[in-house]
Design a protein around this ligand. Structure first.
Ligand code: G3P
Length: 247
């Protein structure tokens, strides 16, 4: 089955009302490859602003969601509040939340399960540190992250996986096409061996880490790279070129 190419823009904790409106206007007037699924992820405060003004065929993702129904959880946002606001996606398991906010594999898996069970699709991130890559444990680290997810999840149809090597995030050091393809192929094999042929065949696996308009075309040609999760470049007009990298 052909997997629809997917490009996500993770704004992280960046932007103002005015700069985010500018990004939205730029996307609204751009000619975008209609065969690509596009989802942008502004900070929580701007989710409604973006959803209200952005063309409807582009999805919007939160950058976090809690794993409990509405209630006394100060500072959190629930899955039902996201769906009530027409926010259909959330990014979970980003390395910045795993490392800076101490989210464990189990917490990420539990949030992912709760979100998907409650109608929110998940861009689920995984990836290794530089130390782990240099010690040769990249594939086992990612297998561990996937195993924690599998322990919770039964329905994989609302999951897009983003492989983001931590050493490539915001550093300008993009993984080589061979490095990225190798990990993507191993994630797909893990899905085949541990979940099912169907899930392995249908799940999109995105690459994230210093993706730019300059390196995206080459990466997009790899058989197991089904799109990108873009950080810094998603705040710039060049994001449109990344979306259109297959044209
Ligand atoms: O989630 C996207 C990301 O972490 C990559 O960021 O700035 O290296 O494209 P960047």
């Amino acid at each position: 089955m052909a997997r629809k190419f997917f490009v996500g823009g993770n704004f992280k904790m960046n932007g103002t009302i005015s700069s985010i409106k500018e990004i939205v206007e730029n996307l609204n007037k751009a000619q975008l490859d209609s065969s690509v699924e596009v989802v942008v992820s502004p900070p929580a405060l701007y989710l409604l602003l973006v959803r209200e003004h952005l063309r409807k065929e582009i999805g919007v993702a939160a950058q976090n969601v809690f794993n409990k129904p509405n209630g006394a959880f100060t500072g959190e946002i629930s899955a039902s509040q996201l769906t009530d606001s027409n926010i259909d996606w959330v990014i979970l398991g980003h390395s910045e939340r795993r490392t800076i906010l101490n989210e464990s594999d189990e917490t990420v898996a539990s949030k992912t399960k709760y979100a998907t069970d409650n109608g929110v699709s998940v861009i689920w991130c995984c990836g290794e540190s530089l130390e782990q890559r240099e010690s040769g444990s990249t594939l086992s680290v990612i297998a561990g992250q996937l195993a924690a997810l599998k322990a919770e999840l039964s329905d994989w149809s609302k999951i897009v996986i983003a492989y983001e090597p931590i050493w490539a995030i915001g550093t300008g050091k993009v993984a080589t096409t061979e490095q990225a393809q190798e990990v993507h192929a191993s994630i797909r094999k893990w899905l085949k061996d541990n979940v099912s042929d169907k899930v392995a065949d249908e799940t999109r696996i995105l690459y994230g880490g210093s993706v730019s308009e300059k390196n995206c075309t080459e990466l997009s040609k790899q058989p197991d790279i089904d799109g990108f999760l873009v950080g810094g470049a998603s705040l710039k007009p060049a994001f449109v070129d990344i979306i259109n990298c297959k044209l």
